[in-house]
Design a binder for this molecule. Structure first.
Ligand code: GLN
Length: 238
């Protein structure tokens, strides 16, 4: 079996090691002899409809988000169509913000998002930095957050999870991240997937099930080190 993953703006949106998520997905596919093709799609590149089974976009500083906000408009229709067709997506921090309705940086103009998540983000002076622990439908998720943005969900039921420790979307309403079908947005850097193998496998399994239109049972992997890293982060987070 094979999967095509589009990595959006890898040259601009890759702070705090977010490309580690691609490495984790590639490893978990390789171990199962699933051929994962990774396609980098950046500014002025065409995002071809129906050309991908998974999408990933990482975090970035405000200035990179200015460039990405402009270009993302040209890819919005294809991304919406893919999300509506249940294609799994993972967007982290700065990309997560731009998959919402807008990001208002601390200074400068409002950056429009594509409105996939019914959420908006307003930068604050108080950066939210540290280990974060979240309870979600996949169980516990651990990560590291570093953002000025406060994200507000129009419907809290769209949250990816509830904050056990850390700030999450805004440090006030205990929500973290957002979900639309199988498109996920969150503030969990780290990178996220190496320490949350259960979430990585959900993305892989979902992509295969949508592509091959059948139930997929992934061969279990020896995740001893992944869970050790997870528990260590969770301990720091408690
Ligand atoms: N620039 C955005 C913020 O500070 C996103 C940062 C990030 O991607 N880590 O909120």
């Amino acid at each position: 079996m094979e999967l095509t993953l589009v990595h959006l703006y890898p040259d601009l949106m890759n702070i705090y090691g977010d490309r580690g998520n691609i490495a984790a997905l590639a490893y978990r596919c390789r171990q199962r002899k699933i051929n994962l093709k990774v396609k980098a799609v950046s500014v002025n590149d065409r995002l071809t409809p129906g050309s991908f089974d998974l999408l990933f976009a990482g975090g970035g500083q405000d200035r990179q988000q200015i460039v990405v906000s402009r270009d993302l408009k040209t890819k919005a229709k294809v991304i919406h169509q893919a999300a509506d067709a249940d294609i799994p997506m993972l967007t982290i921090c700065g990309s997560y913000q731009l998959f919402g309705e807008y990001f208002q940086p601390f200074s400068g103009p409002k950056l429009s998002g594509i409105g996939l998540f019914k959420a908006y983000t307003i930068a604050s002076k108080k950066r939210k930095i540290g280990n974060i622990l979240v309870q979600s439908r996949w169980g516990e998720l651990v990560g590291f957050e570093n953002h000025s943005g406060n994200t507000w969900l129009k419907d809290k039921n769209q949250a990816l999870g509830q904050v056990i420790h850390g700030f999450g979307n805004n440090g006030h309403d205990q929500t973290e991240g957002a979900i639309y079908n199988h498109a996920l947005g969150c503030y969990l850097h780290g990178s996220l997937l190496p320490k949350n193998p259960h979430l990585a496998d959900y993305l892989i399994r979902t992509a295969l099930e949508i592509k091959y239109k059948k139930t997929i049972k992934l061969q279990p992997l020896n995740d001893e080190f992944e869970w050790q890293a997870h528990r260590t982060s969770a301990k720091i987070g408690r």
